[in-house]
Design a protein around this ligand. Structure first.
Ligand code: FAD
Length: 295
């Protein structure tokens, strides 16, 4: 069985407690020997410094590349140029390039309107300094006019210079495999890694999914609702469902798993343990299903 690449996404912590929590999280997750970590970028560049600081701190503590995200909507080109240059100067090797969403209160789009334009701009400014990740949407982007148009826009973004893609989260593996088939039919051949959102909190999941257009299947919603305030039951069910999803994705040939960790290590650890991933960067033939020791 071939190995799979694991990666973990964080958001920049904003308080001393949150910083301490992330330090613990990154140490625990580093035991899985991830290919990389990544750190989100606030809409309109609102976390610009914090994103980079967090990414640098993660790499310094773990020895693993940490990709700062960068988004273009609502940010002038000159500012983006400065961010890209700073990433080059401090030795960043990988970035996640996104359009982003319009920050509330802002109306102008900035000069770059789509992620494909940002990817082209990064290549123009920094050449091959970075491995560029882009976003993909197996259930299609909520603003897409048609599925076919969304796929064409994805192809344009890839051809602008992306190296690999991470998907929005989803709970229907068929959407992912169909998306891969459509990409292959269009001649898109870069690795497309599923983004995994562990289910741990019902109201938060519904709020995020409403915002980003991810579908939570009705049967999952119904069951989660039945658990009411029983957090332990929600967590156990959520880990069960997400583990089964990951198992299906990996056995169907997904090249890796990218976890939206919400700066917590417990759920990702439980899922990776359940599906028999080991700490040597992939799955064992005879998985012993025990988590690796923390370094
Ligand atoms: P695009 O690829 O530009 O697509 C956006 C929409 O525009 C799509 O509907 C597409 O079909 C359409 N489109 C593209 N090109 C054209 C064109 N030429 N003409 C007409 N329509 C076009 N957001 C953040 O703010 N910070 C983050 O750190 C962040 N990290 C993320 C990480 C991942 C892995 C994912 C999946 C999403 C992340 N997001 C983040 C959310 C993302 O910014 C939003 O989903 C955003 O709405 C779209 O970004 P995109 O890069 O996919 O945009």
């Amino acid at each position: 069985m071939t190995g799979i690449d694991i990666s973990f996404e964080f958001f920049p912590p904003r308080s001393p407690d949150a910083v301490a929590r992330l330090e613990q999280t990154r140490a625990r997750l580093n035991a899985w020997r991830p290919s990389f970590f990544s750190v989100t970028f606030g809409a309109g560049g609102s976390t610009r410094e914090l994103t980079l600081e967090t990414a640098q701190a993660v790499t310094a503590a773990t020895g693993v590349d940490c990709a700062p995200h960068i988004s273009c909507l609502g940010t002038p080109q000159a500012e983006l140029r400065a961010v890209i240059q700073r990433y080059v100067d401090v030795g960043i090797k990988r970035v996640v390039a996104l359009r982003g969403d319009m920050p509330s209160g802002l109306t102008g789009f900035g000069e770059l309107r789509y992620a494909s334009e940002l990817v082209a701009f990064i290549r123009q400014e920094a050449g091959d300094a970075f491995h560029i990740e882009v976003a993909a949407y197996p259930e299609f982007h909520p603003q897409a006019t048609t599925a076919a148009a969304d796929l064409q826009h994805f192809k344009t973004k890839v051809e602008a210079g992306a190296n690999s893609a991470i998907t929005q989260y989803f709970y229907n593996p068929d959407a992912y495999f169909r998306f891969l088939d459509s990409c292959a039919a269009l001649g898109i051949s870069l690795p497309i890694v599923p983004g995994i959102m562990p289910i741990t909190n019902f109201s938060q999941l519904m709020r995020f999914s409403e915002m980003c257009g991810a579908e939570v299947p009705r049967w999952i919603v119904k069951r989660l609702r039945d658990f009411g305030d029983d957090r332990e039951a929600i967590r156990a069910f959520g880990i069960d469902v997400t583990s089964a999803l990951c198992e299906r994705l990996v056995s169907g040939g997904a090249p890796g798993l990218h976890f939206y960790t919400m700066n917590q290590h417990e759920a990702a650890t439980a899922i990776l343990t359940n599906i028999g991933v080991n700490s040597s960067h992939g799955r064992q033939l005879d998985a012993n299903h025990s988590p690796p020791a923390v370094d």
